[in-house]
Design a protein around this ligand. Structure first.
Ligand SMILES: [Ca+2]
Length: 438
């Protein structure tokens, strides 16, 4: 067995380091070599590809689709299979903050548009509205579906103060301006043109079958406005620019507009007219959205995805869409789960961070699945950065579409995983539909 890991922020401290060695691979599309850590046990090979899943899930030239015989197991963390769509999600989000940014010197500095105090106010509202829906006020929204359906920051009224989240008059410290609320709602719903229509990216539809290639927004998870959430990528801080400037926004002029427009300002992307200039043929996306992974599956391959629900870059909505489409193509969720599992991690940002259980070992369950045929179910994770007591906790990660629920005694210990278990929420069909993506 061999395992490998792409160099990315998505590193897990729980990987059995004694089993890892390092080598590097040069992709045919790139002059840059990528380092991988590998593990060989018996006759099986496993690759761990955090945050690099597009190169694994897609491209046709990599691992489970293009080289289905190379690996017996794959762990794909916070996957980004459609970079064109993600770049547009990111651009749209930054545009929403820019739209409410004061420009006293002529150049927008986004941070003042949504400072930390207002970010915390939003987090207080969404947790007050949604945290308890799952039966436990623990700072984690495990019933995300109900939260998405009912939480509206434009109309929410704090239950303890009777103050509306959205200001009814002048902006104060106890409310968000209508512009701020509108920005949040737009980031949540994803890009729209002037007619209110969603945007579909051509590169994501380059192969058949493929999942929905609509550009997605970001779900109202508990970490949505935590520092590792939307602020890190679309708002920034007094000392750091929004991360998306160096990621999706930087890609648009060169990679996603055809012909390339080196002088194009991605903050000026027009959702009516510039969409027609998106390339359908980028080698960075082609095949990556393909649902055709039968070769990998038929030879017994196993794959585990995981994704932070508060990932502010590649939205978890894309991963849910891919997995749901894969379930449908596989003949139902149960058939998809025969060779693949998806774990969603509440409050976690891109690969880690946030008040979340972002410390976990998914590699060992994958090894058990590949080597011994023991499919993974609950995976115990831990975290040390919860903002309310207890600050250090363990809890189970649940195979999608299952969700964690508190089963301990009233007022019991929120820090131990044994007080939680995974349940299948009502309203989920055999294809996994029913879990709101954003
Ligand atoms: Ca909760």
């Amino acid at each position: 067995m061999r395992t490998a890991s792409c160099p990315s922020p998505c590193s897990s401290p729980s990987i059995p380091k004694r089993s890892l060695t390092t080598h590097s691979v040069r992709f045919r599309s790139s002059r840059r070599r990528r380092s991988f850590s590998t593990l060989t046990t018996g006759s099986h090979r496993i690759i761990r590809t955090p945050s690099a899943a597009p190169r694994v899930v897609g491209k046709g030239r990599c691992f489970h689709r293009g080289f289905p015989e190379y690996f017996d197991g794959i762990v794909a963390g916070d996957p980004v299979y459609d970079l064109e769509a993600i770049a547009l999600s990111e651009d749209w989000g930054v545009q929403q903050i820019k739209a409410i940014t004061p420009t006293p010197s002529g150049s927008p500095i986004l941070y003042p548009a949504f400072p930390v105090a207002d970010q915390q106010l939003f987090t207080r509202a969404i947790l007050q509205a949604c945290d308890g829906l799952d039966g436990a006020v623990d700072g984690i929204i495990d019933d995300l579906k109900t939260c998405q359906a009912h939480f509206d920051p434009a109309t929410y009224v704090f239950s303890d103060t009777a103050q509306p989240l959205q200001c009814t008059g002048a902006k104060t410290v106890t409310c968000l301006s209508p512009g701020q609320v509108n920005a949040v709602k737009n980031i949540n719903q994803g890009p729209r043109n002037s007619l209110g229509q969603t945007i579909e990216v051509p590169a994501g539809a380059a192969v058949h079958p493929h999942p929905d290639n609509t550009v997605m927004g970001y779900p109202y998870d508990g970490g949505f406005m935590a520092p590792a959430g939307i602020p890190s990528r679309k708002i920034g801080t007094p000392t750091s620019t929004p991360g998306d400037f160096a990621l999706g926004l930087g890609q648009i002029p060169y990679l996603w507009l055809s012909p390339a427009r080196p002088s194009f300002n991605p903050l000026d992307f027009d959702w009516d007219t510039d969409v027609a200039d998106l390339t359908p043929e980028s080698p960075l996306v082609s095949y990556s959205t393909s649902l055709n992974i039968e070769k990998f599956r038929n030879r017994g391959g196993k794959i585990i995805w995981y994704h932070g629900l508060s990932d502010p870059g590649p939205s978890v909505a894309f991963t849910i869409e891919y997995y749901t489409a894969l379930a449908k193509k596989s003949g139902g969720l149960r058939h998809a789960q025969d060779f693949s599992r998806l774990y969603l991690i509440p409050n976690m940002g891109h690969c880690s961070g946030g008040p979340s259980t972002d410390q976990f070992d998914i590699l060992s369950p994958l090894v058990d699945w590949v080597e011994h045929g023991v499919a993974p179910h609950e995976i115990i994770a831990s975290g040390r950065n919860f903002t309310t007591a207890p600050s250090t906790r363990s809890r189970p990660l649940c195979p999608y579409p299952q969700e964690a629920r508190y089963i301990g005694p009233a007022g019991g210990d929120l820090s131990v995983a044994s007080n939680y278990h995974c349940i299948l929420p009502p309203g989920i069909d055999d294809h996994g539909n029913g879990h709101n993506k954003n």
